[in-house]
Design a protein around this ligand. Structure first.
Ligand SMILES: [Zn+2]
Length: 333
């Protein structure tokens, strides 16, 4: 496993693991020497892009590991029923795989056979990721950064379309959608963003303006051009996609304020098993209030929703009036 990851750290060259470099006799004469054979299995550019992606995996999400001495990249792995947990990763100098589990995970009883859950995930600290981090921080470092091959460029992009940004990219009602990504030079974006369209925006609430708003120039996504988002058919899908859709086209409610109508603010974090009541107070009469996502169970009565976290994940509470749609992002931890 580590040899496979090492090929990524080595710019795409795989070397079959070996156990000695040389054997000498007592006079220092070499009697056996191992010449490692390299075989190119990935392109250098591909390795660099994969490494960038796996640098993101370990920072800021559910896995958070780092070293003050060197760059790290890696990936967690957890099997069904939580029977094995892996963390495999590498620095520019070393590749290391950590496995937690039972090598013979079979418990036989009169009632039948079963396997033991280890109760640990690949990204856990303490756990596989924690052990990886501790060892990597302890090793001497020669090269601290992954070498960028000549065929890689960092390009400024529009996050909505992945194409080159335009003036409208920065005027998006949700805030600037400008970002940076690495590309191989033969695959870098060359066309300009065409998903944004110009719109009048209320200068106070930064939502689409209506009569009575003091307007300024802004941009929204041209939804007629979106068929799929992240592989999901756009029409009729709920949850995150709904929030994305509505979030891009909300109209100022005349109060010129962005304050959400939910008693919890614009987002809500729940622990599994925790119950919270959310009261919705909208300017116009509330027409619909519904919950999407299977991480939260809810009972809704009028303008009050009682929500219970069921399992880790996300859900969305949507409130609609005749003119507005509001969404509350719920995260269950
Ligand atoms: Zn307004």
């Amino acid at each position: 496993m580590s040899a496979a990851y090492a090929a990524l750290a080595r710019g795409g060259k795989y070397v079959k693991p070996y156990f000695y470099t040389k054997v000498v006799d007592r006079e220092g004469q070499v009697i056996l020497e191992k010449e490692p054979e390299e075989e190119r299995v990935f392109q250098e550019e591909t390795c660099y892009l994969l490494t960038q992606a796996m640098k993101d995996v370990i920072s800021g999400g559910s896995t958070n590991i780092s070293s003050s001495k060197t760059e790290l990249a890696g990936k967690t792995g957890t099997t069904d029923n939580n029977v094995h947990a892996w963390f495999c990763g590498y620095s520019p100098d070393y590749s290391l795989s950590v496995w937690y589990g039972y090598d013979e995970n079979l418990v036989q009883t009169d009632q039948g056979d079963y396997s033991l859950e280890i109760g640990i995930f690949g990204g856990d600290k303490p756990g596989p990721a924690g052990m990886f981090e501790a060892v990597m921080n302890d090793l001497p470092v020669k090269n601290s950064t992954f070498k960028k091959p000549a065929g890689i460029v960092e390009v400024e992009i529009d996050r909505a379309s992945g194409k080159l940004p335009t003036e409208l990219t920065e005027l998006d009602v949700r805030g600037s959608q400008k970002g940076k990504e690495y590309f191989s030079t033969n695959n870098q974006p060359r066309e300009k963003d065409d998903l944004h369209k110009e719109a009048d925006v209320c200068s106070s609430s930064k939502l689409l303006s209506q009569d009575g708003c003091e307007s300024e120039r802004g941009a929204v996504l041209d939804l007629s051009k979106i068929r799929k988002v992240a592989g999901i058919e756009y029409e009729g899908d709920y949850g995150k996609l709904e929030a994305y859709k509505e979030g891009a086209v909300q109209t100022c409610d005349g109060n010129h304020s962005t304050a959400p109508p939910f008693s919890t603010g614009s987002s809500l974090s729940l622990s599994t098993g925790e119950t919270r009541e959310v009261i919705v107070s909208t300017q116009d009469p509330l027409k619909e209030l519904y919950l999407t996502g299977d991480s939260v169970r809810g009972s809704i009565q009028g303008s009050s929703a009682t929500l219970t976290g069921i399992k880790k994940g996300e859900a969305v509470l949507t409130a609609k009036t005749d003119s507005q749609t509001y969404t509350l992002q719920i995260t269950v931890q």
